[in-house]
Design a protein around this ligand. Structure first.
Ligand SMILES: [Zn+2]
Length: 141
């Protein structure tokens, strides 16, 4: 389960800053190596997002949460996820990020549940994507 995500950066910023910071701007060299890479739906290989869309939310890119049923999800925060579709009415019920409402994010092709779209009243939004439901790829599709 962890092999596919071992290349993802782990959070090292412990600040409580709640702004949405692109992690990529910190290291221009790393940005170059990300060019051409994509994050694909593990189920159907549709392009969902890319490593360049990774952001930190509340001080970290990766967050681990359990839902009310006790299922644990490891999610990464992404500014944009063009391959996702969204369903459901925005709600703040059981939200994992204070001040953010959420909708369910699905693969736009095979409708696999990939995570959640989080939206704040300040119109900030980001995608929290379940990392083990994505695969990294350099291929152009
Ligand atoms: Zn899919």
């Amino acid at each position: 389960m962890t092999t596919e995500i071992r290349n993802l950066r782990t959070p090292n910023n412990k600040s409580t800053d709640t702004s949405l910071k692109p992690t990529i701007e910190k290291d221009p060299k790393e940005k170059a190596t990300d060019i051409g890479q994509y994050l694909l739906c593990r189920q159907c290989l549709k392009i969902i997002s890319s490593p360049a869309e990774r952001i930190e939310v509340q001080g970290a890119h990766v967050h681990t949460f359990a839902n009310p049923q006790g299922i644990v999800y490891e999610i990464g925060c992404f500014k944009n996820a063009a391959g996702c579709g969204y369903t459901g009415i925005p709600t703040d019920e059981y939200t994992w990020f204070r001040g953010f409402r959420w909708r369910v994010a699905l693969c736009g092709l095979c409708l696999t549940h990939l995570g959640w779209l989080f939206m704040s009243t300040a119109r900030l939004s980001f995608n929290g994507l379940i990392l083990n439901r994505l695969v990294e790829s350099k291929k152009q599709v």
